[in-house]
Ligand binder design. Structure first.
Ligand SMILES: [Zn+2]
Length: 302
């Protein structure tokens, strides 16, 4: 059976974001601690003993502390249930947490070769010594059995596929968007046949994306913004959602409406998004359409 825990729900910056005075960030600081959320990541397991993380957020240390499933086994002097980390892109909010996993415990690191090149080009990531943390390149549209460190089967399968998106923000000036900059993932449980699709960044629901989602038990989908021009209207930025590689929530709800999906969960929710508030009309519209806006630490039961 697939076990899934949402470690963090927020887009880059989290809620509250350190330098943001928008309505949601102010509320999170004053009177509404339930709005506080760490940057997006999930943990997935087939046996509840060994967990694979999807992305390593800058908040990973706190997320490990907050989630007992990721604590060292009782009685072990050095141990971690984290068997691997799968990266879907090279943004700071996907890779910075790797630096918090540097204390000499083995795990496997999976990413597209373009993202591995970003890590290889930044010597600070050498704190993850390759003999302990091998970097494994994901081939697109190829399903693999995910092994545990040491080679035993984890019970999970993984397929990475290209998603319409954009190149990492800090590379925008040097590089065009290319295949592999943004990945979607299909993670399956071999024993039960259950599978989830992880699409926390997605600029457009193409026929290919719709096909990947058809019949899946669970989707984590890009919930960055409610409306495409939300950040511009709020005076928080100059870029639309589309410019940042994100389809708006309300457009995603419509685009995915007719697709056969078991559970629909938004992830990577920006602090500007009105659907963050449980009492907002936007949250109600999402819920009425069958979508969950999760909280940090929530387990999603299939
Ligand atoms: Zn804010």
């Amino acid at each position: 059976m697939l076990s899934i825990v949402v470690l963090g729900t927020a887009a880059g910056g989290g809620v509250p974001q350190w330098n943001c005075g928008c309505a949601n960030c102010r509320s999170a600081r004053n009177g509404h601690p339930e709005l506080k959320s760490t940057q997006a990541s999930i943990a997935v397991s087939a046996d509840r003993e060994h967990w694979f993380l999807v992305n390593a957020s800058p908040d990973l240390r706190q997320q490990i502390t907050d989630n007992p499933i990721l604590h060292p086994r009782a009685g072990a002097l050095r141990h971690s249930p984290i068997a691997g980390v799968i990266l879907t892109n090279g943004e700071v909010d996907a890779v910075a947490g790797l630096l918090s996993l540097r204390e000499g415990t083995a795990f496997d690191l999976y990413a597209h070769s373009r993202v591995l090149t970003i890590l290889d080009d930044n010597p600070i990531f050498n704190v993850l010594r390759p003999n302990l943390v091998p970097r494994r390149a994901l081939q697109l549209d190829t399903t693999i059995d995910l092994p545990l460190p040491g080679g035993a089967p984890s019970g999970l399968t993984l397929e990475a596929f290209p998603v319409p998106g954009k190149v990492a923000l800090f590379l925008e000036d040097e590089s065009d968007t290319g295949e592999g900059d943004t990945l979607g993932l299909v993670i399956g449980d071999k024993a039960s046949g259950q599978r989830l699709v992880f699409l926390a960044a997605c600029a457009e629901v193409t026929p290919g994306i719709a096909e990947k989602l058809d019949g899946t038990d669970l989707v984590f989908f890009d919930g960055t913004l409610w409306r495409d021009n939300e950040m511009i209207e709020a005076g928080l930025g100059k870029k639309s959602g589309q410019r940042m590689g994100h389809i708006a929530m309300r457009d995603a709800i419509a685009a995915l409406g007719d697709i056969d999906i078991g559970k629909r969960v938004f992830l990577h929710i920006n602090n500007s998004n009105p659907a963050l508030r449980a009492d907002s009309p936007e949250r109600r519209a999402a819920a009425d359409a069958g979508w969950l806006v999760p909280a940090d630490g929530m387990e999603i039961k299939l």
